[in-house]
Design a protein around this ligand. Structure first.
Ligand SMILES: Cc1cc2nc3c(=O)[nH]c(=O)nc-3n(C[C@H](O)[C@H](O)[C@H](O)COP(=O)(O)OP(=O)(O)OC[C@H]3O[C@@H](n4cnc5c(N)ncnc54)[C@H](O)[C@@H]3O)c2cc1C
Length: 466
């Protein structure tokens, strides 16, 4: 602690249990840990100093941004030192020629979006935790979100990074030109590395032209299959489509109960699709024509171009995570299926869960075009992995991914082998050894322990790659 105080100064070293507590529990309340200290460096050099000290003293570090991660990767579950990057929140002016901006890792997603908008651009990544999630966290988790179908995930936006590796060295390539084929692409490597290879301190992001005009509509269907098919049709016929979010009747009902809001207009329906298009000129006519051509729609809440009714429609979708949290800490499974497998999985998942835990309840919503469904199970003890084991095996058997967005964290590392071959996991370990030789960066995240016992159940499972 004396070393940390010397390196950072007292205002950047937090040790009082009351003050460290919020850094030790995740957003869902399912993952709780403890730490002797939370460190809040204000510069990249201070981050490097902390890593060097931790290496010297053999201390493990948990990097933390906004602590909105959902797989237990951002909290000190084994007593790690917490390295909070939130104070690295500098925003440089937008470069209008390249359409890029350099930002500190601690800047919130919303702050980056705001800076882009103020300069007449947009940032292509968006999701509900935008006010708290940091850009460093979105890189470390390769976050997806609501607009992946048009702009891609975080990896697609990151042009360059500055990071402190596990050996304390600073790698910084922020000034490079857009076209730069000079070797390994470290931004790609750090995207999705969940704080296990390096600590992102700054990044240069690609911006997209602002879609200043928007059109939003809520469609109701009598089956999930029809809703998913409609999302695919809209994607083909509405080039300006930015979002197609699937919701189910039960989830909408819960959101309305918790937020005291009326249900969407129209007859009761099994599934809902919230769709949004964006462009420089109004995409309303294009979206309306695309909706008109769909089959199987039982009700349309008309296309809204005014931000106020559009925001009201988005509340039905964005309030889902918080509404589920009111039922107690959920188990969250953020899985993705091949496109043609999404509807069947959504229909069958509640039965798969009930077969293992009859008292549990399943809540789902999905980024429909991405095949990415958020399965939330409430009514389980925080450490009860039976449902997770069965569900993740079922996803892998359908050639799906056990993590579409949130990452592996501590929650899913025992199941990584369902999607990754032993050769791939060995390659991951070799990278970890090369960049973090003493294994001090998030040592309990992503990679299964070398001697991990086989997870709970046995059986023949076909993973994505094996
Ligand atoms: C309401 C809600 C909605 C969400 N919706 C989505 C969604 O649609 N799509 C999606 O992908 N995610 C979503 N998330 C999950 C979460 O917001 C994202 O994973 C986000 O990217 C995490 O950012 P963070 O700054 O909070 O990271 P944290 O939670 O602090 O950390 C996440 C991981 O990144 C590591 N890390 C954090 N900062 C750094 C850094 N600077 N350098 C290296 N490692 C670092 C941590 O060690 C941890 O392993 C949602 C979460 C909530 C609460």
């Amino acid at each position: 602690l004396d070393n940390f105080l010397d390196a950072l100064g007292p205002e950047r070293v937090i040790t009082a249990p009351g003050d460290t507590a919020p850094f030790c529990v995740d957003w869902t309340g399912r993952f709780r840990g403890a730490t002797p200290a939370v460190l809040r460096p204000g510069t990249t050099e201070q981050v490097a100093a902390v890593v060097a000290l931790c290496r010297h003293h053999g201390l493990a570090l948990t990097p933390q941004g906004g602590n909105t991660g959902l797989v237990g990767g951002s909290v000190p579950l084994a007593g790690e030192i917490v390295l909070s990057l939130r104070d690295l929140d500098r925003l440089a002016p937008v470069d209008d020629v390249s359409g890029q901006v350099t930002v500190g890792a601690g800047a919130s997603l919303a702050a980056v979006q705001g800076a882009a908008t103020a300069a007449g651009w947009a940032y292509g990544v968006d999701f509900a935790s935008r006010d708290r999630a940091t850009i460093g966290g979105t890189i470390a988790t390769n976050a997806g979100g609501l607009r992946v179908l048009r702009y891609g995930d975080t990896r697609a936006q990151v042009v360059a990074v500055e990071a402190v590796l596990g050996d304390g060295s600073i790698v910084s390539h922020l000034g490079g030109p857009t076209k730069d084929n000079t070797g390994y692409h470290l931004p790609s490597l750090l995207c999705g590395s969940e704080g296990t290879l390096g600590i992102v301190t700054a990044t240069r992001l690609r911006l997209v032209p602002a879609a200043s005009e928007r059109a939003t509509a809520l469609l109701a269907f009598d089956s999930v299959e029809r809703a998913v098919a409609a999302a695919g049709d809209l994607r083909r016929h509405v080039p300006t489509l930015e979002a197609a979010e699937l919701m189910l009747a039960a989830g909408i009902g819960l959101v309305c109960r918790v937020t005291d809001r009326p249900p969407p207009p129209g007859p009761s329906a099994a599934a809902f699709l919230l769709v949004e298009a964006g462009d420089r000129l109004s995409p309303a006519a294009e979206l309306a024509a695309g909706i008109e051509a769909l089959t199987g729609v039982v009700h349309v809440t008309p296309v809204a171009t005014d931000p106020v009714p559009a925001a009201a429609l988005w509340r039905y979708r964005e309030d889902h995570p918080a509404a589920v949290n009111t039922l107690g800490p959920p188990h969250k499974f953020d899985v993705s299926l091949p496109g043609d497998g999404l509807a069947a999985f959504v229909d069958e998942a509640p039965g798969i869960v009930a077969a293992v835990a009859p008292g549990a309840t399943t809540w789902m919503w999905a980024h429909a075009v991405d095949g990415n469904v958020h399965v939330n199970v409430t009514g389980l003890a925080p450490d009860d992995d039976r449902v997770g084991d069965t569900l993740l095996r079922s996803v892998a058997a359908r050639r799906g991914s056990i993590s579409g967005e949130h990452g592996i964290g501590t929650a899913k590392r025992a199941w990584l082998h369902l999607n990754r071959t032993l050769a791939e996991i060995d390659a991951f370990r070799a990278l970890k050894r090369a960049l973090d030789p003493d294994g001090i960066l998030n040592p309990n995240v992503l990679l299964p322990p070398p001697t991990a016992a086989p997870p709970l159940t046995t059986g023949t499972v076909r993973g994505v790659s094996g």
